[in-house]
Ligand binder design. Structure first.
Ligand code: F6P
Length: 366
């Protein structure tokens, strides 16, 4: 028999649409199916360090009407790793070190028997490390980047692709009116899933992704070829992590206080400037940025988030701690947190999706 009576739930890392749908599913399953108490831990691991003041009971009322809301009612942080944490000690001095024991102690004090962590690579890595310390942890994979191994899809990705596709549809009409090249920069970190999905759905002429280093001359040639066929505008979707064959990724800022300090951005402007000169059409760059992470989740993401939330509680009740829920094909499954960390899932440059895009003349700059 499971001894679990009270569970904690937290959201960590960059937010994405669908987090609230998971929180709702966890809370409803825990309370209605198993009679558990649910405690929300605000601001991710920062809240775990702060303890009581960041712990809030979650009731059915609290999760009513949140399935369609973007963001997270528990707030998030993508800077706080309690195994390497910057904090102020008793004497008011700033220190850095492993304060994970404080987190474990705070869970004990609050009578929290198990923890559901909803997050990406960084959040789940800490989840694994707390699991190694004996905390009963279940992970739920989120990210618009869709780059987590051990799951076919993360929630948030479908929404981000839809938002980016809608943006491309809008940019296409103005590109056409003005005979311009519009370069659309999508997020995605070091994986090209988001740019690839939105580029295919948005009918892009070229898609540049980190997995296929591009030659700008090849992209220009493809656009000129289209021009010769009578298409006097172009849409080029560039992943923020894309890099040219002889260049490097473009970094927009380095956050000293973050466990994952590199923020990408700026390759869209670079590509637009180069293509303008090479193709002879005016070019503009649009950086979609955080708009891809905001607002209402799609129906698919709401369903996936709900499936993940319910499955997370089921795993806890079955005593299968130290695992992350996952989607394999169309089945909900799970895998050990030990296996899912550190390994990024990239686009296969010779996979079906890329080859399909090549078949319809989408240029990857190769
Ligand atoms: O991982 C999600 C993501 O949106 C990436 O696509 C992007 O590179 C990064 O987070 C942006 O981080 P921040 O919100 O710190 O600017």
């Amino acid at each position: 028999m499971s001894k679990i009576k009270r569970i904690g739930v937290m959201t960590g890392g960059g937010d994405c649409p669908g987090l609230n749908a998971v929180i709702r599913a966890v809370t409803k399953t825990a309370i209605l199916k198993y009679g558990l108490e649910v405690v929300g831990i605000k601001h991710g691991y920062k809240g775990l360090y702060e303890g009581e003041k960041a712990f809030v009971p979650l009731t059915l009322h609290d999760v009513t009407g949140i399935i369609f809301k973007g963001g997270t009612i528990l707030y998030s942080s993508n800077k706080d790793n309690l195994f390497d944490y910057t904090y102020i000690d008793k004497d008011g001095k700033q220190k850095r070190g492993d304060v994970s024991d404080v987190g474990v102690e705070n869970l004990k004090k609050a009578g929290i028997d198990a923890l559901i962590v909803i997050g990406g690579d960084g959040t789940l890595t800490s989840g694994r490390d707390f699991s190694r310390k004996g905390v009963k942890v279940i992970g739920v994979p989120k990210t618009i980047d869709n780059d987590l191994a051990s799951t076919d899809t993360t929630f948030g990705y479908d929404t981000a692709v839809s938002i980016a596709t809608e943006a491309i549809d809008r940019l296409r009409t103005t590109a056409e009116s003005h005979s311009r090249i519009i370069v659309v920069e999508a997020m995605g970190r070091y994986a090209g899933w988001l740019a690839l999905g939105a580029g295919i759905a948005g009918g892009a002429d070229a898609i540049l992704i980190p997995e296929i280093p591009y030659d700008i001359e090849v992209v220009a040639k493809a656009l000129k070829h289209n021009r010769a066929r009578g298409k006097n505008f172009a849409i080029v979707v560039v992943a923020e992590g894309a890099k040219s064959k002889d260049g490097d990724i473009v970094v927009s800022k380095v956050l000293e206080n973050s466990p994952d300090p590199i923020r990408l951005g700026g390759v869209g402007e670079l590509v637009a400037g180069q293509l303008e000169g090479l193709v002879g059409l005016e070019a503009r760059a649009t950086i979609l940025g955080h708009v891809q992470r905001g607002g209402t989740p799609t129906a698919n993401d709401r369903i996936l988030s709900t499936r993940y939330g319910v499955a997370a509680v089921e795993l806890l009740m079955q005593g299968k701690f130290g695992n992350m829920v996952a989607l394999r094909g169309n089945e909900i499954s799970y895998d050990s947190l030990e296996n899912v960390i550190g390994e990024l899932k990239n686009v296969n440059p010779n996979g079906e999706l890329v080859n399909m895009a090549r078949s319809i003349d989408i240029c990857f700059g190769e």
